[in-house]
Design a protein around this ligand. Structure first.
Ligand SMILES: O=C(CO)COP(=O)(O)O
Length: 249
């Protein structure tokens, strides 16, 4: 079933104390919502965040994980470690992981497989860079990112996958895609999925938009028919702004 989702990607922000106070504020604000609400604190605060949000409708999710089950991968976190905490959703393929940690489509395909094998939900991120858009190549870039990491999957795996279109030029820049640009790309993504897996799979996958979503532009972006929610960076670090975005549905 296609769901509306607003997920806050906290990136490398907030120590334990700040995590606790932001969650306390969120709990006061986010009482009920049409959309599923998720927050992705850093690994060191996942357990605390998970405990602090029990019996609320805020789901705590992870920002990344390794594809291996376990072993000699210093500094890494496995799917089993996440699920042992009760974390069942993971963000994979964020452009910052691709750019700064050399995550390739091939590695991402393996991560997706591992997550699915653990029955986890994946928020799979992709998006073109400014140069791609200037050259008119955004569709090809996005299509390849999706095909390379996901098209080895069977259709039913998409029950566990949420897609997040995040144009790199809009992340943290204050320059958001226009609602029309977002809609155009989301419709293209759905068409790409439909060609491979059929309309049923394509129509049931939630496609989120990410990149400078703020309280003042969320409503218009979310009103587009193929935009099913947002992956929020900077604005998710302020309870008031995040709550306003959640309420944009
Ligand atoms: O990268 C993002 C979410 O994953 C978007 O970040 P901003 O909302 O800060 O642009």
């Amino acid at each position: 079933m296609r769901k509306q989702i607003v997920a806050g990607n906290w990136k490398m922000n907030n120590g334990l104390i700040q995590t606790e106070s932001l969650i306390t504020e969120l709990k006061q604000q986010v009482k009920t919502s049409e959309a599923e609400v998720m927050i992705a604190p850093t690994f060191t605060n996942l357990w605390h965040a998970f405990q602090s949000t029990k019996n609320t409708h805020i789901e705590v999710i992870a920002q990344n994980m390794h594809f291996a089950e376990k072993g000699a991968y210093t500094g890494e976190i496995s799917a089993g470690m996440l699920t042992s905490l009760g974390i069942n959703t993971v963000i994979l393929g964020h452009s910052e992981r691709r750019a700064y940690f050399n995550e390739t489509d091939e590695a991402l395909a393996k991560k997706v497989d591992t997550a699915i094998a653990h029955d986890m939900r994946v928020i799979f991120c992709f998006g073109e860079e400014l140069a791609d858009r200037k050259a008119g190549n955004e569709d090809t870039v996005v299509e390849n990112q999706i095909k390379n990491a996901l098209f080895h999957l069977k259709g039913d795996a998409f029950n566990n996958i949420v897609l997040a279109y995040e144009p790199v030029w809009a992340i943290g820049t204050g320059e958001t895609a226009t609602p029309e640009q977002a809609q155009e790309m989301h419709a293209f993504i759905r068409k790409t999925l439909a060609e491979k897996y059929g309309n049923n799979v394509a129509n049931n996958v939630s496609i989120l938009y990410g990149g400078s979503v703020k309280p003042d532009n969320a409503k218009e972006i979310f009103s587009k028919p193929d935009v099913d929610g947002g992956l929020i960076g900077g604005a998710s670090l302020k309870a008031e702004d995040f709550y306003a975005i959640v309420n944009a549905f």
